[in-house]
Ligand binder design. Structure first.
Ligand SMILES: C[C@@]1(CC(=O)O)C2=NC(=C\c3[nH]c(c(CCC(=O)O)c3CC(=O)O)Cc3[nH]c(c(CC(=O)O)c3CCC(=O)O)/C=C3\N/C(=C\2)[C@@H](CCC(=O)O)[C@]3(C)CC(=O)O)/[C@H]1CCC(=O)O
Ligand SMILES: NC(=O)c1ccc[n+]([C@@H]2O[C@H](COP(=O)([O-])OP(=O)(O)OC[C@H]3O[C@@H](n4cnc5c(N)ncnc54)[C@H](O)[C@@H]3O)[C@@H](O)[C@H]2O)c1
Length: 223
């Protein structure tokens, strides 16, 4: 049994190869485009959306069967045809070059899985059942999407601004840590949501210090 290790990959501008042009290839390609990757699809046929993306120049589509040499230069490879032996051939070629490969018809034959994903700007929520139940992972992601609605995109943007402010203004590491923890708590989040006083940075920092102090003394009393 493999033990999977979750990571966030940086793929902007990196070449990725998708072998296959069906629904699965389309889904993988869409995720790669969201990450800014440069995608080449190799497949005799393509879904309507994939061929639209090719026509718009958003992906490169080579309309033929995939060959082992197609993996050369790719940062990631997706073996997503409906032909298990073609998928295995692509996976072997990738592995021979040390390129991580995802295998659509047999997850455990690959080096990585693609989890079900909800994107809210910089907030990325994923669910994986390590291949035990993709439909189950998808259902959990649906629940996450309900719990963390589209408004979280702005919230995370605000948190990023606050993080930059605190890092720039607070030289003391332990105070910085206390402020950044307070910034992620309920009280501060309610404030960020209303964007109350956001334009006034010194006031914002003051408010955060008050929240952090209250939290600090609450911990002392409880602990
Ligand atoms: C999450 C998601 C992400 C994505 O693909 O983007 C994803 N599969 C999704 C949907 C889905 N896939 C399948 C069904 C039909 C119901 C069912 O079979 O359960 C549904 C449900 C549906 O369509 O609603 C069939 C299926 N999938 C795999 C196999 C082969 C095998 O078992 O190994 C077969 C059987 C093929 C057959 O026999 O015909 C394999 C994999 N699918 C994975 C990911 C990886 C493990 C995920 C994890 O747990 O981490 C893994 C291992 C490899 C990989 O692809 O990375 C995406 C949901 C997107 C979303 O809705 O958010
Ligand atoms: N991992 C997942 O999320 C998931 C979900 C459903 C199904 N599957 C598995 O993935 C496979 C693909 O699913 P789909 O719905 O995209 O199938 P599909 O039938 O819609 O598409 C298959 C694609 O593969 C292409 N193809 C076939 N042989 C090829 C070759 N030698 N080189 C390049 N391209 C080739 C076809 O032209 C077609 O575009 C299924 O057979 C199934 O085993 C995986």
């Amino acid at each position: 049994m493999p033990h999977w290790y979750p990571v966030m990959l940086r793929l902007d501008g990196r070449d990725c190869l998708v072998a296959g042009g069906g629904e699965v290839a389309e889904r993988k390609t869409e995720g790669l485009l969201q990450a800014g990757a440069s995608v080449t699809v190799v497949s005799p046929s393509a879904t309507r959306r994939l061929s639209e993306w090719a026509a718009e120049g958003r992906v490169r589509w080579l309309a033929r069967e995939a060959a082992g040499a197609d993996v050369e230069g790719a940062a990631l490879v997706f073996a997503a045809t409906d032909n298990p032996s073609a998928n295995r051939m692509i996976a072997d070629a990738a592995r021979a070059l040390g390129i991580p490969v995802n295998v659509a018809d047999d997850g455990e034959a690959g080096d990585f899985l693609v989890p079900a994903t909800v994107r809210r700007g910089d907030l990325i929520l994923t669910a994986s059942a390590s291949g035990a139940g993709p439909a189950f992972a998808s259902r959990i992601a649906g629940e996450l999407a309900e719990a963390y609605g589209p408004d979280y995109e702005d919230l995370v943007k605000t948190l990023k601004e606050i993080r930059l402010l605190v890092k720039a203004e607070v030289p003391d590491a332990s105070e910085r840590r206390a402020l950044l923890r307070a910034a992620a708590g309920d009280e501060a989040i309610a404030m960020w949501r209303s964007r109350e006083g956001m334009a006034d940075k010194p006031r914002m920092l003051e408010a955060l210090r008050r929240i952090a102090n209250r939290r600090g003394s609450a911990t002392e009393t409880n602990g």
